[in-house]
Write a protein that binds this ligand. Sequence first.
Ligand SMILES: NC(=O)c1ccc[n+]([C@@H]2O[C@H](COP(=O)([O-])OP(=O)(O)OC[C@H]3O[C@@H](n4cnc5c(N)ncnc54)[C@H](OP(=O)(O)O)[C@@H]3O)[C@@H](O)[C@H]2O)c1
Length: 280
Amino acid sequence: MKPLIITGCNGQLGRALNKQLASQSEYELINTDVAELDITNIDQCLELVCSIKPYAVINCAAHTGVDACETDRDNAYRINAIGPRNLSIAAAKMDAKMIHISTDYVFDGFGDKPLIEFDRTNPQGMYGITKLAGENFVKDFAKNYFIIRTAWLYGDGNNFVKTMLRLSESNDKVRVVGDQYGTPTSADELAKAICHLLPTENYGIFHGTCEGSCNWAEFAEEIFRLAGKNTKVEKITTEEFGAPAPRPAYSVLENYMFKLTTDFAFADWHDAIADYIKTL
Ligand SMILES: NC(=O)c1ccc[n+]([C@@H]2O[C@H](COP(=O)([O-])OP(=O)(O)OC[C@H]3O[C@@H](n4cnc5c(N)ncnc54)[C@H](OP(=O)(O)O)[C@@H]3O)[C@@H](O)[C@H]2O)c1
């Protein structure tokens, strides 16, 4: 069996990957979260990776609090940049593949066309800045790597979908930002895409999101429609919402590398969210 080290296994993607890989008997899963492996600690990373000699390290750990990263800069750099650096150094030492997850927030969002892997990055907030630093470390230190940029992720964990459904319990109307465009992506879909790349040597940077796009307000409307809620959505601007961290206004990713180099196709975001709502 091929050992796979999964970091951040209790997060949304970590859980989805476990579900996805459960049926694949060729892999042995070594699940770790911060209690078992703190990715910010190079000694721990080297010790575990050198003792397991994994086929691949799949880094699902991150500091995903976009607003918190603005004030918690040191931890954001530690977890989002130094962490993937440590894992990449250790994976390279053992000739293991390195799979790392990044974000649409590495782009500034000033454009209005779907972004491909060859477009210029220019993060505006600390989350995107630290995630881009993580990508660069992976490129510098891992030998065989996949960097997969995803967006607006929802799965088993805290996410926008659950927040909307919770708000709908006590509100007839919710105010949601209507001028930021992206693509809601199911952690299950992303996990399938990772499993597709895992056995290959098709290395590089990939955009990995569901197909299609919307703004947050449209996403909320679809969530309420699917969940049979009568809650109304009032569209507000980014400025009116006033979040501490800047967010890209347009960060729709095109899965260009998946399309160019694989036969893997992501589900449309409408279908993926419909499947997810059924599971809640
Ligand atoms: N969520 C999104 O909307 C989104 C969008 C674009 C890209 N992404 C990327 O997709 C990936 C998966 O995101 P997700 O939503 O599954 O994240 P998540 O649910 O926030 O899970 C991250 C996990 O990493 C753990 N962790 C934090 N610090 C750690 C450390 N030092 N060592 C080991 N584990 C640590 C967290 O533990 P604690 O909970 O105890 O901190 C948590 O279990 C991340 O790379 C993220 O940047 C996410």
